[in-house]
Design a protein around this ligand. Sequence first.
Ligand code: HEM
Length: 401
Amino acid sequence: MTTQELDLMDPKAFADGIPHDHFRRLRQTEGLVRGTDTDGESLWHLVRHRDVAAVSRDPKTFSSSPTTMTSIRKVDPSPPIITFLDSPEHTRIRKLTFKAFAPARLAAMEASIRGIVDTLLAQARERGSFDLAEDIALRLPFEVLLELLDIPHEDRAMMLGWARGTVNLGDEEYGGDGGQDAFQQIHAYLQDFARHRAGRRTDDCFSLLLDARLKGADRLGLPDRLTPDEVGLFASTLITAGSETTYCSVTGAVLALLDFPDQLARLRADRSLMPSAANEVLRWVTPVTHFARRVVTDTVVAGQPLAEGETVVMWYSSANRDEEVFTDPDRFDVARTANPHLSFGGGGPHVCIGNALAVMELRQFLEGAADLLPLLEAAAPPVRSETNFMNSVKYLPLRFR
Ligand code: HEM
């Protein structure tokens, strides 16, 4: 398709994968390219690394409110989740919740994450043939999130049962109703759990969030603590933000390593490459293709004047292949060192709060899977899900040779 023909807001434009050739042409086009969202709203596509980073780091000019979503995901969330807030409300929630991701907490989770990876891989091995997307990539992040949130073990199977309805929204086979049922069930459960914890603290994650206090909150005229309902909403946000993203990074990692056996061999021969391999998978896959921002005051990006109220779409998928920043960007290189990918956002206040956890999960998965991957072959071609928002594969049938 030519630059003019391809509509980036149409999921069909992503049916054969991320349209990298199209993005390359757009990066070479002066200024910004105009597009239209599915609801008819006009928008500007940002495809260069420097533009995506500059907009992400300038929240005074580019707002995340009322939403950073486009197309079918553009629902009006009320109350707004952290992602759709600007400061000072955003800063308040971010500071009050950051402790849930404190390095010591994450370090303490490393062994259990590895345990989850090993159990899922052992189950796959026992079956002989399995679907990497459904049986492993979908379960891993959910099990890790339940661990992060210290959800009681007796409730975890029920939560896992809701998981499938929350991914691949827009794809007819998945979340057909926009995932509303599954989200509502998860949210209702977490809300109840937060209210319960408010009356009976332990040393778990919910108690930590309920006990957090924000210094100087009165100067901002904001509450210095989270209400139980805010804790429930934040926990629900983690479930949505931390699951589909990781799911896509795991399927994408396997596809990349099976497509480039030389890189898999290199990784297996030198395990010290695991950290750079995890980063390269994140760049290569770019699980979240884009987020949007709303222009708050008239400004100029890449020479293009933008008016208050207009929308810009930041294409991380394109920024991560920008030849101005990455040497040989279309080469998957597990030893890539300079790798300032924007898969967790372009920096600024909204940069992914769970990025360290996500990298840890991916690394544990790569370490657990590295020796199994050479024993695997495709049982059928992978099937992409219908979405322009995630780089998502919904079926990835594999079997042991
Ligand atoms: C490979 C996995 C992941 C990817 C690619 C990813 C990507 C992103 C991106 C692109 C943003 C938006 C940045 C922006 O608007 O500027 C974001 C924000 C966020 N992510 Fe992640 N994420 C991942 C994993 C996780 C995990 C594991 C969690 C939690 C357990 C998480 C929780 C969040 C939250 C709560 C936000 C909103 C932060 C804010 O608005 O301040 N993410 N993520």
